[in-house]
Design a protein around this ligand. Sequence first.
Ligand code: NAP
Length: 262
Amino acid sequence: MSISPEVYGPTALVTGASAGLGLEYSKELARKGFSLVLVARRKDRLEALAEECRELGSPRIDVFPLDLTEKASCSFLTNQIMEKKIPLGLLINNAGFGKYEAFFESSLSEQLQLLDLNARVPLELTHRLLPILKSRPRSGVIILSSIVAHLPSPYFANYSATKGWDLLFAEGLYHELRPYRVDVLAVLPGLTTTEFHDVAGIRKDKIPFPFRKAPQVVQTSFRALGKKAAVIDGKRNKIMVFLARFLPRSWVGLLNAKVLKR
Ligand SMILES: NC(=O)c1ccc[n+]([C@@H]2O[C@H](COP(=O)([O-])OP(=O)(O)OC[C@H]3O[C@@H](n4cnc5c(N)ncnc54)[C@H](OP(=O)(O)O)[C@@H]3O)[C@@H](O)[C@H]2O)c1
């Protein structure tokens, strides 16, 4: 199944569109002729992206500068989509962040915000928007997980747990929604060059592994949608997750503790 406005369109909603993967998903969808609903907090970035996407071929763009962790944001967004009768065929639950720090030293409110953005928001948006998605001849829901969903991650425990949640949520929904022709996909990137590591407080120059590029993750996602429940981006990442399956989970946690030690 190829990604086109005829199959998964005419409109795609991208959360976290102002940077990194969300920005690349939006530009690629614009090139393919999708109309777009762009969501993130930074209004100026969204407006600049909307301009670029219009030039790339997007027929209609709606911009919603919202903090999705505010409790009313998901219902507000859904109501706007219904009021404006936006024909949504693709939902990309991409907004997310991580924090690299000792859990006991971290701010509880920030940890709860992380849990909220990475888990509650995709749940709430998917639940609220499913009636619209199910009404389309075919539709899709992409949820950004991570390879750390398979890897217990000291100093990143809450983040990796939310990504595990994203993976299981998507894998469950994949089978449940197939009869309604709603294709669900969890995308598991590894290290990818975006603003993620700056926000997380990780120095990229200290990481001795190669990074993938955001457009590669987008291509991986679009190739896998409709074919499987979950996809790992990149050969190295696939091999790492495959090898981790043969080790006791406690060993994986221990190894990761050595790699991630602050
Ligand atoms: N990069 C990686 O190595 C990597 C690896 C595995 C998984 N992932 C996952 O990929 C997804 C995208 O991350 P990225 O790498 O593209 O990071 P990024 O460059 O930091 O982008 C994150 C996006 O989320 C938005 N966002 C953050 N907080 C928000 C909030 N409260 N409300 C609305 N939007 C918010 C940001 O926009 P504003 O600041 O303007 O709100 C931004 O557009 C995340 O779910 C992440 O967990 C990334």
